[in-house]
Design a protein around this ligand. Sequence first.
Ligand code: SF4
Ligand code: SF4
Length: 372
Amino acid sequence: MKNKPMEISNLSLVVTDDCNFNCSYCFQKKEKKYMSQSTMEKAIAFFYPYLKKETESIFWGGEPLLAFDNIKYAVNLLQERNKQEKKKIKFYLTTNGSLLSEDKLVFFDRHGFDLMLSFDGLTQDTARKAGSSKRMPGLIKQVRKYPGIVFSVNSVFTPETIGYFSESLRYIIELGVPEIIVSLSSIHPWDQKALDILAKEYERLVEYLFSYYKETGNIPVNDFKIPEGPPRKGFVCLAGQNRMSVTPDEDIWGCYLFHDYLKQKKGSDDYRHYHFGKLDDFIKNHETRYPAVLANYSDLKQDMFFTEREHCFLCRDVEQCSTCPVNAAFSTALIGKIPPWLCDLNRIQRHAKERFLRWTASTPYKSKKKSE
Ligand code: SF4
Ligand code: SF4
């Protein structure tokens, strides 16, 4: 059988493992490691020919803005290399915002960055960094002045902060954020009490979002967007399949999350199983190395995962479920093993979304201008 050629639509450069925050739920092991410009040169020269006509280029950290000069360097390299073929390369960056400044925003605006700000609303000072919430309203206003930046906020909640969930999202929406991605921390277990609070908080959020939608026609929380196209059947992790990631130590993984999880487990079976090798070695041997390691990634499908209660392929929710197997492994210590409370979290989120979509289907938004 012919090997699948490497075709990448998502290339991540982990520009640093360092961070100037110490968020309570962060799963990353911080190290003062920065990707060098020579690693960027090698990585971009090698991977460029394998990038598809439309590609996402992600700058990941730690806090990537600690390496802003190198991000600029990589963007320039990619654009220089892309002068002839003119592939559509879209840049992405997630930041805690502490180092954002006018000159950086001008750069992101010029290059059409998708900029995601990490901001937890009312729990920012306890969960992320004391005093860091003060600057956020002004910063959000400042970012929104740049039309070239696609702006969103990522908000994380834990069993300890979940009581502030709906109020926090409402606060962020009212600051004018057009899109919010909700992340529920999978580092610490969610007990029944926290799950009950989550269910109630989702009810409050759905009520607020519905009235907001009736008023504006907008749905600013990503999970609640009205789906386009036919429903997806069965989740597949795309690590290695169409995405690759390079780290400051020149390790190659199918997704940056493998780096975050496995860099603390060097020598483990999972490390050997999913590691594509070091950059120099991969450049020399990718024709054999890529298909050999990719075969290990191809097992990462929802129906291959399991919990201690059941196998996912026997679960009635398997077709609607999308669980990142690495995210789950931060809690179970095994890629593909899902903690049962993560299933409960997913179900609560899904039921809230179904309820919201039923409401919006029965009361579609009518623009005031049109109906006048
Ligand atoms: S809900 Fe849980 S058991 Fe069911 S498919 Fe999802 S992860 Fe697997
Ligand atoms: S499912 Fe998780 S590991 Fe797989 S590509 Fe997505 S984020 Fe990466």
